[in-house]
Design a protein around this ligand. Structure first.
Ligand code: ZN
Length: 280
């Protein structure tokens, strides 16, 4: 360990600066979305079985809701532009813009070069949770997704129901392609209902038993045509372990709703990034 310099305390005492002040971030019209949601009717639903994933589609201007239906369960969510899979959820930039965990009014942003809102959270029944004494909160964009490669690295063995594999299989079935073709499209997730943080002493990623209960939901407005995939994580409520069949695991329900005609008057699907793309 290097010996600390004489002014170490002074250097540590420098106040942080927010990297991305959000004052200039285009704000969603939540009032419009929430009033349009009131008159919306359900057009489809699908259940992600325990330790499996399910795909769903929501057109621009529709809503989708993810619900806990049988027991405490976390879900790993991937989103793609339904018309161009190269545009997909960008967990890192969403984290940089909104912080470690997402809630009502915050957005799932897409990758470069599009960088636009894919979905806006309009309701979160766990928004009361806030940040607990361990630094934990709900719906994170700091984790990745449980995967068989890291599992093999740390524990050996072959486990096929990590979220990464579940999402890969579900996408392959949805698109009628092989798992080898589907796998490169799977990306870092929004960890729906998962309660996570970083330990203060070692900075390690931690998880703890999710506060989600049957009936809780997270609801989104689809800003563009979306193909989504949701995995019911083998970790269940993620109170102890993942990447095994050891935890109690429950399904997650995804429902899609269509607003009444004219209910979104004034709303437009977000444009592509305004950057010219030449890189100078
Ligand atoms: Zn998982």
């Amino acid at each position: 360990m290097i010996k600390a310099p004489k002014d170490a305390d002074a250097r540590r005492a420098v106040k942080p600066v927010i990297c991305y002040p959000v004052e200039t971030l285009p704000a969603p019209n939540l009032d419009l979305y929430q009033s349009a949601r009131k008159g919306a009717v359900k057009v489809s639903e699908v259940l992600a079985a325990p330790r499996e994933a399910a795909c769903f589609r929501a057109s621009a201007g529709q809503f989708f809701r993810i619900s806990s239906v049988e027991g405490p369960q976390v879900g790993d969510l991937n989103l793609w532009n339904a018309n161009d899979l190269s545009e997909r959820f960008y967990s890192g930039k969403s984290r940089a813009l909104h912080g470690t965990h997402l809630t009502t009014g915050e957005r799932m942003w897409s990758s470069f070069p599009q960088l636009r809102p894919m979905a806006t959270i309009i309701a979160d029944t766990l928004d009361w949770y806030g940040i607990d004494e361990f630094g934990g909160s709900v719906h994170d964009v700091i984790g990745t997704r449980c995967d068989p490669y890291t599992h093999n690295l740390l524990s050996g063995g072959q486990y096929h129901h990590c979220c990464h594999s579940n999402l890969t299989r579900a996408l392959a079935v949805e698109l009628g392609i092989s798992t080898a073709e589907a796998e490169p499209h799977v990306h870092d997730v929004l960890n729906v209902f998962m309660c996570t943080g970083f330990t203060r002493d070692t900075g390690q990623y931690f998880m703890k038993s999710s506060p989600v209960r049957v009936g809780d939901y997270l609801e989104f407005f689809a800003e563009i045509d979306l193909l989504g995939a949701l995995s019911a994580c083998p970790g269940g409520d993620c109170s102890s372990e993942h990447s095994s069949d050891g935890a109690a695991c429950y399904p997650l329900l995804i429902e899609v709703f269509e607003p009444a005609a004219g209910a979104l008057e004034g709303w437009q699907s977000p444009a592509l990034s305004g950057y010219c793309g030449t890189h100078g």
